[in-house]
Design a protein around this ligand. Structure first.
Ligand code: NAI
Ligand code: ENO
Length: 284
């Protein structure tokens, strides 16, 4: 927003003085305030970027001072629960439009952001039934101005989709790294020393912020449990195929999943590894 001049003034709030000082030093805010209520006073747009579990407390604090006609949005990784946590604290003259940019890394804090973070990434908005069309357009333009592709979605659908694509995979990564850690005591650290690419990817994901991810699971309970239930069923199926020596079942399953990866690459959805998976031989 700062780089592209998308806001006339950007005011930051963070709990710790150190974070506020870093935000000023990096110059992505024009000024900082030591209270959330002070930071949002007179703002046309307020973006809540706190862990899901802190959304309610922050909304309660800023609710009474938000300017009439202001747009309030958020970047939280779940949507239904945030609507329930924030809505009670705001009045009808505030345009509340929940949002979720599908962009980030395993790192947190002000130094982990970068100006191109949202470029070519999806940003999902989950407007409410009575959302003002002009406010929605304004927010869409802002995200598009930062290079994102905006999609509107029903909040429950968002939570189910994200349970499949993000939340369950994070839990699986956390578990796999935990299992390896238990084993490393048996294998004298070989798990860490010889970790191949697959496991390294798991460790990156499993290094994500514990508070943020605790709150994601506590607030997307139903959808995550539904997906994990399906996941364990399929896992048991594959386990049985290995035990029985059913190579055909394994081969068929892996062929199906390989096609999904290729579909993602062809749709141009993987900007991290643009050439990975293209023209890679005979599949032996
Ligand atoms: N990290 C990621 O890759 C992504 C994160 N998100 C969502 O964005 C939100 C923020 O995550 P990050 O920016 O990664 O975290 P972060 O740790 O970089 O920033 C969180 C901020 O919230 C503040 N905070 C924490 N508890 C608070 C409280 N009780 N009252 C006031 N402030 C409080 C912290 O001081 C910190 O400044 C989360 O809801 C997360 O689900 C969404 C997409 C990607
Ligand atoms: O680091 C990664 O691979 C991520 O998946 C980042 C991320 C984390 C949480 C979100 O809600 C969206 C994106």
């Amino acid at each position: 927003m700062k780089r592209d001049g998308l806001a006339s003034e950007i005011i930051g709030f963070a709990k710790s003085e150190e974070t506020r000082a870093i935000a000023l030093e990096l110059e992505f805010v024009d000024r900082v305030e030591s209270s959330a209520a002070e930071a949002v006073r007179d703002a046309d747009l307020v973006v809540l970027c706190v862990p899901v579990g802190a959304m309610s407390a922050v909304a309660k604090e800023i609710g009474p001072v938000l300017k009439a006609g202001a747009t309030l949005t958020d970047v939280g990784s779940v949507k239904r629960s945030i609507i329930e946590l924030v809505s009670p604290h705001i009045t009808e003259d505030i345009h509340f439009i929940p949002g979720h940019p599908l962009a980030g890394t395993e790192n947190s804090g002000p130094r982990s952001g970068f100006a191109d973070l949202f470029k070519n990434r999806w940003c999902i908005l989950t407007p409410l039934a009575n959302t003002d069309a002009a406010a929605l357009d304004g927010l869409k333009n802002l995200w598009e101005g930062m290079g994102a592709n905006v999609e509107e979605m029903d909040p429950d659908h968002h939570d189910l989709v994200l349970a499949v694509t993000s939340h369950a995979p994070h839990l699986i990564a956390y578990t796999m790294v935990g299992v390896a850690d238990d084993l490393s005591r048996v294998t004298d650290n070989e798990v860490v020393n010889y970790s191949a690419a697959g496991f390294r990817d798991f460790t990156r994901i499993a290094a994500s912020d514990p508070t943020m991810w605790r709150d994601v699971f506590l607030n997307n309970k139903e959808a995550t449990l539904e997906i994990l239930g399906r996941f364990t069923e399929e896992l048991f199926d594959l386990q049985r195929a290995i035990r029985r020596g059913d190579g055909q079942q394994l081969f068929d399953y892996f062929s199906r999943t390989r096609a999904i990866r290729r579909g993602i690459i062809e749709a141009g959805q993987d900007t991290d590894v643009p050439n990975f998976g293209r023209g890679d031989g005979d599949g032996a």
